[in-house]
Design a protein around this ligand. Sequence first.
Ligand code: GLU
Length: 288
Amino acid sequence: MPTSSQCDPVTRFAPSPSGYLHLGHAYAALTAANKARLGGGEFLLRLEDIDRERCRSEFEDMILTDLQWLGLTWKEPILRQSERHDAYQAALSLLFKKDLLYQCFCTRQDIRREIESSGAAPHGPDGPLYPGTCRSLSDSIRNQRISDGEGYALRLDMRNATSQAGRLEWNDIEAGRNIANPDQFGDVVLARKDSPTSYHLSVVVDDHFQGVTLVTRGEDLFPATHVHRLLQALLTLNTPDYLHHKLILGPDGKKFSKRDQSVTLHTLRHQGKMPDDIYAELGLSPAR
Ligand code: GLU
């Protein structure tokens, strides 16, 4: 059900604890916190730690230290995606029941070969579209490969999903109303053999669970909202409003990388910078 973010917005900052926070993260966190504070709402924190290889408790501790140093407070509890697998599993089961998921056994190399041999390579926002190799496997072949122990990802059957969902829109509080066009992504992966959920699935399930009414995030994630709006419709989840804010870029015009230690809040703090210096550099007021 659509919600309005105009009054008492519930916002969130959702970093992955796979590195230290940098100035770009500070901008995202302060934007979310300021929207909540100015609208009389609530600011929440979610740790997107589903990638167990890359996420570490050391980074998680530093995220909390950095946010507190910036003067941010959030409503407890902090949500950790690593503790939410049952919820993601329930969402996947629902999509299976609607006949919208299928097992994909292709490796990256299989996909590349298939695309090369077909001579057609339609591209989406995340690169070449999956050519659909496993979409039409018969049940008997599919079951045989599963019982042989072959690993697989779960993909959304995009054509069926969009036809079940019909026309969808979302509201961006700056960019206005957008018509959702998730087809441009093709059959997105919603779970992998080494990770029982995906970014797209966990974000919509958790934004609903946390009662988020205004999602603020960088404009690099604008295209992902097409897929998120579709998943919300298929899973009967709330649709928040969105604000896709500008990205804070380095002097080379590129996004900061997690490997670039020179702009982490940890480094800046140890160089003697104060929170006010960070607000001034980002052109934002303190979220207090
Ligand atoms: N965890 C994502 C990131 O660190 C943000 C996800 C979102 O805001 O939807 O970029």
